[in-house]
Design a protein. Structure first.
Length: 340
């Protein structure tokens, strides 16, 4: 298979970061061990899922994509001092192609009707699947950096599963969760600062698991493509994987992360893998879920965190999050300047 790739690897505009983040997972956690037999899922597949760290997930009943986002926004605005009217840019990131409802319904318009949001620009980003949230953050940060009058940007995500168990369990190392999230980007009063963005696309897999040939190719190459992304980010940023206090991947594909950890000479514990079993894979919302559940505490220790977005359509992305400390930010800036 042709292994050509395209992508972007660049330091973030200096000073920008995440002011706050929140997520919403609907209902109580569902246990695959109880749910699967009722859905006709084979005992063999359940055994493989459990072996690969999967267990609990969330199902949305009667909630729209805007409802899932609203659950996260209510929490975000409650815990943040930022008023919705201060947000200049509103971006909607999603993985599932059907997470943009058919016209005349619009997720962005629904949110602006529910909250006093009056952004100068709003749009959706979805072509990178589960890596779309990181690309959305990169775009939002660039928009802020080029607009002296703008102070905040907001990234929202929502993904749901429709259909039977075959759509929720697409392979033996991940269970799809329904969920929404909200990430507030700013330059002042942030909880972490952005370091290096890296995005890679492998065009030969853009159709995803649509054929048996593609399914086999994805199985062979996804972890290698992620490894290639990590290598590129290490070279360009000056930070090795071992420099990070923790690496936060998507909440699926445990065997891939074990392979990457072994190949990098790192302990599996260097990767935050708990939410594969506790939360399920809520697609683009995994970013905020893992940041809130684990990343914030790691950043408090003074070490950077690396968040990774991975997909089965040949799209991968990483974003380094730096503690709000002069020493870490200065060291990263110096390394990035040298590599540039």
């Amino acid at each position: 298979m042709n292994s050509s790739d395209t992508g972007i690897s660049e330091p973030a505009p200096i000073g920008y970061g995440i002011a706050d983040a929140a997520y919403h997972l609907p209902g109580d956690p569902v246990d695959i061990k109880q749910w699967a037999p009722e859905q006709g899922v084979s005992a063999k597949l359940v055994f493989e899922l459990l072996k690969n760290g999967c267990r609990y997930f969330h199902i949305s009943t009667g909630k729209s994509d805007a409802d899932l986002i609203a659950g996260a926004l209510d929490r975000l605005f409650q815990q943040s001092a930022v008023h919705p009217g201060q947000i200049s840019y509103l971006l909607h990131a999603h993985t599932q192609s059907y997470s943009i409802p058919a016209p005349p319904i619009s997720v962005l318009s629904e949110l602006m009707a529910r909250y006093p949001l009056k952004p100068e620009l709003s749009f959706s980003v979805g072509h990178l699947a589960c890596a779309s949230v990181i690309n959305s953050i990169r775009l939002a940060t660039d928009l802020l950096a080029n607009d002296d009058s703008a102070t905040h940007a907001l990234i929202v995500t929502a993904d749901r599963v429709f259909g039977k168990s075959m759509h929720r369990i697409r392979q033996n190392a991940g269970i799809q969760s329904d969920g929404g999230s909200a990430i507030l980007i700013a330059k002042e009063n942030v909880r972490c600062r952005f370091g290096h963005f890296a995005v890679k696309n492998f065009p030969e897999l853009h159709e995803g698991p649509s054929t048996a040939k593609n399914v086999a190719a994805i199985s062979r190459s996804t972890w290698l493509q992620t490894k290639k992304l990590f290598a590129s980010a290490e070279k360009e940023s000056g930070l090795s994987l071992g420099d990070y206090g923790s690496i936060l991947p998507i909440n699926a594909d445990l065997p891939y992360w074990k392979l990457i950890a072994k190949n990098a000479g790192l302990s599996e514990q260097h990767f935050f893998l708990d939410n594969i079993g506790l939360r399920g894979h809520a697609c683009c919302a995994d970013f905020a879920i893992n940041l809130v559940d684990h990343g914030w505490e790691q950043l408090k220790t003074g070490r950077p965190v690396l968040i990774c977005g991975q997909s089965n359509v040949g799209a991968h992305a990483t974003l380094a999050l730096l503690p709000v400390t002069d020493s870490t930010s200065q060291r990263s800036a110096e390394r990035q300047a040298v590599s540039s």
